[in-house]
Design a protein around this ligand. Structure first.
Ligand SMILES: Cc1cc2nc3c(=O)[nH]c(=O)nc-3n(C[C@H](O)[C@H](O)[C@H](O)COP(=O)(O)OP(=O)(O)OC[C@H]3O[C@@H](n4cnc5c(N)ncnc54)[C@H](O)[C@@H]3O)c2cc1C
Length: 470
């Protein structure tokens, strides 16, 4: 995947960076290079240097020098990305944004928050909640994921089924182009049809077009009341039918998550306790709102739909502690799976909701056909299934064939390769399964327009070109 030898940051260049970043602002220490060469894919590509800017002007300068020297630069938040988006695959400089982590303004009149990219999403959500406001995007990694990473991936998470994803909440950004120029896109206005929507082009662009250095986000009132339901089913089929009935019913849940039997086994062992009696599938559903009675009524409607679809038990939790203990199970699912095998390929295909039951059955069939353990959980309310192919080796041809079939299936059913994790490096080779040559060429042209030298996060999203093609 790497594009040739890692560019060298010689002593002169290191000194030039140090002159404006300070002693602590750059490292070529081996430990840092290894550490910042990882992300949640567990792949490692050590860079030539790591830099820690503290202000936009420094980022601008870093990129100007990198452009002059032709050195790749990789924006990095917390490295919790699942597709290798932050990995320095061709060496060069990791631009670590963790020190730009301040909230600059919470504007309660306009219901917005303005923050730097390095803040943990969980901290931002907590700070606005203290003012009675809600920033809905809620990836299971919110405690550790940076705001910048979630903007670059247009992250989703648990609440999208009712509230949408990150892109629905971004009003404006400040960003630095690969040549070092600082731009501002969007405004605090809630509506705008002024020119092309370059703002949205950056959201979900996986750090390949510009470095986001500040963002203003739309907030909504924090729904005070929540009721969480945990429904246990005797079959995946019953659970997935219940998903469709809930989504076609009168109540829009604020979360609708699916977990299969093996997920539950893994998470119970990982957390050292059986919080959920064994069953074939579980739906974790939440209703929220501003009036307790109304929320309770909504939860009862959802519970009734689950029972009608064969739920063996339906447990309702209204107290914070009780609800949190249920969501803790869901948040621990990802890491718990490594008990089954040391390598996990978590593919987040997303399909139209009506296709959810069929696609779910089919992915298990794909796993069985290739002799690979497949564990499924995910954001059922968005048709976004996390299909985890477990393996004892890092590169297993059977797993690769299974993943490709799962992607083909998702696309054939009107869906997409990724609901929220992005393409990064792990899915780049599969992009042509979803998009035609003309569409991919248009995307490549956009990349060239922003980054003619291809120095910002190269090697991501696009499949490598075959020799002889331009
Ligand atoms: C246990 C676990 C659970 C998860 N659950 C979810 C989930 O429910 N929903 C979901 O959507 N995702 C989920 N993720 C994936 C991941 O947490 C998100 O994609 C998150 O947004 C990544 O944030 P990060 O700060 O770690 O980004 P990184 O991994 O550091 O980077 C991700 C991408 O963003 C780019 N980037 C980072 N900062 C900037 C910036 N300031 N400007 C431009 N580009 C930038 C990087 O170059 C890279 O391409 C999960 C991950 C884990 C490990």
């Amino acid at each position: 995947m790497a594009n040739g030898p890692s560019p060298v940051i010689n002593k002169d260049l290191e000194g030039e960076f140090r002159s404006f970043l300070g002693l602590e602002g750059i490292s070529t220490d081996e430990l840092d290079l290894v550490t910042y060469g990882y992300d949640a894919t567990r792949k490692n590509f050590p860079p030539s240097a790591v830099v820690w800017p503290v202000e936009t002007a420094q980022i601008s300068r870093i990129l100007r020098i990198a452009s002059r020297e032709g050195i790749p630069v990789y924006p990095r938040g917390s490295g919790s990305g699942m597709t290798g988006g932050a990995l320095p695959v061709s060496g060069g400089i990791v631009l670590a944004l963790e020190r730009m982590n301040r909230i600059l303004d919470i504007d309660t009149e306009n219901r917005t928050v303005t923050a730097q990219p390095g803040i943990f999403l969980g901290d931002l959500k907590k700070a606005v909640q203290e003012k009675g406001l809600f920033y809905p995007p809620d990836p299971a990694s919110a405690k550790v994921a940076s705001l910048g990473g979630t903007l670059a991936e247009s992250s989703g998470g648990l609440n999208c089924v009712k509230y949408g994803t990150t892109k629905d909440y971004v009003l404006s950004v400040e960003a630095v182009l690969p040549d070092g120029e600082i731009i501002r896109l969007g405004s605090k206005s809630r509506k705008s049809v002024s020119g092309y929507n370059l703002l949205q082009l950056l959201i979900g662009s996986e750090g390949t077009l510009a470095v986001i250095t500040e963002a203003t986000l739309r907030l909504i009132p924090y729904p005070e009341h929540r009721c969480t339901l945990l429904s246990r089913f005797g079959s995946v089929k019953d659970a997935s039918r219940a998903v469709l009935d809930i989504l076609n019913g009168p109540v829009v849940p604020s979360a609708l998550e699916f977990m299969d039997r093996v997920s539950l086994e893994c998470v119970s062992a990982y957390m050292g306790q059986d919080r959920i009696p064994p069953c074939e599938a579980v739906l974790l559903v939440e209703a929220d709102g501003f009036e307790l009675d109304a929320v309770f009524r909504d939860a009862q409607v959802i519970g009734e739909i689950c029972r009608r679809n064969g739920a063996e038990t339906v447990r309702m939790a209204t107290e914070l502690q009780d609800r949190e203990s249920l969501w803790e199970i869901r948040r621990n699912l990802g890491p718990s799976m490594y008990q089954k095998a040391p390598f996990k390929f978590n593919e987040d295909i997303s399909v139209p909701i009506a296709e959810f039951p069929t696609v779910l059955q089919e992915v298990y069939r794909i796993g069985a056909k290739h002799g690979v353990i497949v564990i499924c959980f995910g954001h059922a309310g968005d048709g976004n299934i996390h299909v985890n192919f477990m393996s004892h080796t890092e590169s297993d041809p059977a797993v690769h064939r299974g993943i490709e079939e799962a992607f083909r299936l998702a696309v054939a059913r009107g869906g997409t390769l990724s609901g929220e994790h992005g393409i990064g490096i792990t899915k780049a080779e599969f992009l042509p399964l979803e998009w035609g040559g003309r569409e991919i060429e248009l995307m490549r042209s956009v990349k060239r327009l922003f980054d003619p030298q291809n120095i910002l996060n190269p090697g991501k999203i696009f499949p490598e070109k075959k020799p002889g093609t331009s």
